[in-house]
Design a protein around this ligand. Structure first.
Ligand code: NDP
Length: 262
């Protein structure tokens, strides 16, 4: 099947690691040009070098914190200058916060709501004028199953995720039929986030394999393993591509069967 991505330009926020980096690689493989962003200059340079070595002249990287409107506007201006505009926007940048209601301060609530909402809102606002000019316009929000199945140990992330799901639905209606808007709902994916959580584990004697086995048991993952960034990236690439031309307002679960709701 031809996904129709050849010659298109895709923006991937948080494209320097995990799911974002894997998605950037797959979009490039399909013949698209890709612009990535992230906050850390060193990680950005490393990701750019990796992608540029495989797809010379097809990648650009821009330092940008998606919670800062000016950063995102400058990123959009840089993409406009680079190729004349983007066709597809993947709102992937971010991370989850592990805390209960009792252990989450008001400031942490505000920071989490700010990250989850404005990592969508700022890029949508900044890139919308470019997407409006495209015949393949699509936005894809990387979201979590926590939106529908909240966990008490990630209380503010779960609440924010539900809000983002609502935003995706509203945007899909408001932007139809010009721009498609969809989301992926993730379970546990083995990326930079989980590596950082492994490094911060209490029992330092535990190997990564042992830690992962325990994690998959406590989270009751039917597939008995975490997902891989590429397994998410393949779904992102399809949903954001012109091949999914009649799909909007949809969410695709990628979780190894972890959800319990119907
Ligand atoms: P990684 O930590 O591997 O990647 C996160 C990426 O986002 C990095 O490139 C990071 O770069 C960037 N980033 C983080 N915050 C910002 C910011 N404020 N502005 C710009 N870039 C930012 O994690 P994942 O690949 O797992 O995460 C991708 C998305 O998937 C995230 O939104 C995450 O919340 C979501 N998700 C992941 C799950 C999982 O189990 N892995 C489950 C559910 C959702 P830098 O730090 O340099 O800015």
């Amino acid at each position: 099947m031809d996904l129709g991505l050849s010659g298109r330009t895709v923006v991937v926020t948080g494209g320097t690691s995990g799911i974002g980096l894997a998605s950037a690689g797959l979009f490039l493989n399909e013949g698209a040009k890709v612009a990535i962003c992230g906050r850390d200059e060193a990680r950005l340079a490393e990701a750019l070098a990796d992608l540029e070595a495989r797809f010379p002249g097809k990648v650009m990287a821009h330092r940008c914190d998606v919670t800062k409107r000016e950063d995102v506007e400058a990123f959009a201006a840089a993409v406009q200058k680079w190729v004349g505009g983007a066709d597809i926007l993947i709102n992937n940048a971010g991370q989850g916060r592990m805390s209960t209601f009792a252990s989450t301060t008001d400031e942490q609530w505000r920071a989490e709501l700010d990250l989850k909402f404005f990592s969508q809102i700022h890029p949508v606002r900044a890139f919308q004028p470019q997407l409006e000019k495209s015949t393949a316009a699509a936005i894809l929000a990387v979201n979590s199953l926590l939106a529908y199945q909240p966990e008490p140990y990630m209380v503010c992330t779960s609440a924010a995720r539900a809000g983002v799901q609502s935003l995706v639905k509203s945007l899909a209606t408001e932007f139809a039929p010009r721009i498609r808007v969809n989301s992926v709902m993730l379970g546990l994916i083995d990326s930079g986030q989980w590596e950082r959580r492994f490094q911060a584990r209490e029992n330092k004697a535990q190997t990564r394999d042992e830690w992962m086995v325990e994690l998959t048991k406590t989270k009751h993952i039917p597939f008995a393993r975490l997902g891989l960034p590429d397994e998410v990236a393949r779904a992102i690439v399809f949903l954001a591509s012109p091949a999914a031309s009649y799909v909007t307002g949809a969410s695709l679960e990628i979780s190894g069967g972890i959800s319990r709701y119907i």
